[in-house]
Design a protein around this ligand. Structure first.
Ligand code: AMP
Length: 176
């Protein structure tokens, strides 16, 4: 069995984590199930299969886990987008607002070359602050965002509205 409903059965809701009022979407059951993990990666790849992709960007930390096999399937490079202070070389920085807090996102200055086509991947689209910061980083480096792929979209937080004009794929949507 496969499909969005089946995939959703592999997400564990953790109420009040990391702070009261937030329902954390734990993807570790999905990652631990070979069929669910493969289905998630393949579904994201299928959505963007008509696109030429030069780099797949994964957002720290759970985005790395999904983005790396997507990059492998596209036969292109993987780029880590990390929280502030983690990357060792020269970086571009963008501030972003989270569902719970605010922080910096950084990428190495040579991670995306001018004109390269970049696909951005993360586990969860919540308010869209993180993803839109990643879009700005790609554009600052002179790259073109071909799309954004997520396993989960928290539709009630309206993140999609911050990404209007981009090809956005989300495998599971929650409306509340
Ligand atoms: P946002 O910038 O609000 O779209 O938040 C997206 C980022 O925060 C992603 O990297 C997610 O991993 C993480 N995140 C936000 N909300 C949740 C949640 N309810 N469950 C799991 N991860 C979340």
């Amino acid at each position: 069995m496969t499909g969005a409903g089946w995939l959703k059965d592999h997400i564990r809701d953790i109420p009040d984590f990391p702070r009261p009022g937030v329902v954390f979407k734990d993807i570790t059951p999905l990652l631990a199930d070979v069929d669910a993990f493969r289905f998630a990666v393949d579904s994201l790849c299928d959505h963007f299969s008509g696109q030429a992709v030069d780099k797949v960007l994964g957002i720290e930390a759970r985005g790395f886990i999904i983005a790396a096999p997507v990059a492998y399937r596209f036969g292109c490079g993987f780029v880590p987008v990390r929280k502030g202070g983690k990357l060792p070389w020269q970086v571009e920085k963008e501030e972003y607002v989270l569902e719970y807090g605010s922080d910096l996102l950084e990428v190495h200055k040579d991670a995306v070359a001018p004109g390269e086509r970049a696909l951005i991947v993360d586990d969860v689209l919540a308010t869209g602050g993180t993803a839109s910061a990643a879009v700005r980083l790609v554009e600052r480096l002179g790259g073109e965002v071909v799309g954004l792929g997520f396993v989960i979209e928290l539709g009630f937080l309206g993140g999609r509205e911050k990404l209007v004009g981009h090809d956005l794929a989300a495998l599971i949507e929650y409306q509340a």
